[in-house]
Design a protein around this ligand. Structure first.
Ligand code: URA
Length: 233
């Protein structure tokens, strides 16, 4: 592993902060100061930052299937917390990357790796989120064409000046559609359909990036290495 990655994994430093510390000569590997952040190191090496021996910790990455009527916060509010479904010791260290509303179901990613969830939620990364949406008003062929075009161009959400980024609409039935968005604005999907005169009756997230929901409602599993790596760039 690269020295900067090791420093990041074993401290709260960001990548640029870790590189700065290394370049300033504050990090030694097996008693030798190393100023090149790309130096390859092993977890068994004695790596010291300002006199403190560093030890990597393994982060935790989880997929959960959120049931309706749960909240994505660590504490029970009006509804029970989704975290009640996780029988783990380190629950208080975990957070959700991309929250869902209490009545929304589906894929939620949970981690204690702040940098990883930052990568996933940063709008500039344009990570695709796929939602299955049930609508109150059936869509005619003309409406589908119009909404597809408007979502592609970006719509104005109430109270916001910036148009939404291009989104993709796929129709399953006149009242059931798939919507792919790359942002995570507050109540975004519900507000996008409100902006085109419709109403979301139910909302379910099926996919984030290349990770597809494959556990039953209320269940969870650890992500595979490939799934974790897909957001590490
Ligand atoms: N958009 C919404 O409106 N709600 C969610 O829970 C997620 C996306």
């Amino acid at each position: 592993m690269r020295l900067d990655k090791f420093v990041c994994k074993s401290t709260e430093l960001t990548k640029s902060e870790a590189i700065q510390r290394i370049q300033l000569g504050q990090v030694s590997v097996n008693s030798k100061v190393r100023t090149n952040e790309a130096t390859q190191v092993h977890e068994n090496n004695a790596i010291i930052l300002n006199g403190v021996k560093l030890k990597t910790r393994d982060f935790c990455y989880i997929m959960m299937h959120k049931p309706a009527g749960t909240v994505c916060s660590n504490i029970d509010e009006v509804y029970p917390s989704l975290f009640n479904y996780l029988e783990l010791d380190n629950v208080s260290e975990l957070h959700i990357a991309g929250r869902l509303d209490a009545d929304t179901t589906g894929l939620v990613l949970v981690t204690d790796d702040g940098r990883w969830s930052f990568n996933l939620t940063l709008p500039a990364k344009e990570c695709r989120k796929l939602y299955r949406v049930t609508l109150s008003q059936a869509l005619s062929t003309e409406r589908v064409e119009e909404i597809t075009y408007r979502f592609k161009q970006g719509v104005q959400l109430q109270g916001e000046s910036q148009l939404t980024l291009p989104a993709i609409l796929e129709v399953i039935t006149p009242t059931e559609v798939l919507l792919t968005i790359t942002e995570g604005r507050f109540h975004q999907v519900k507000r996008m359909f409100a902006a085109v005169g419709n109403r979301v009756m139910s909302l379910h997230r099926e996919q984030i990036g290349s990770i597809s929901l494959d556990v039953e409602v209320g269940q969870w599993r650890y992500l595979t290495n490939d799934e974790v790596q897909s957001f590490s760039q």
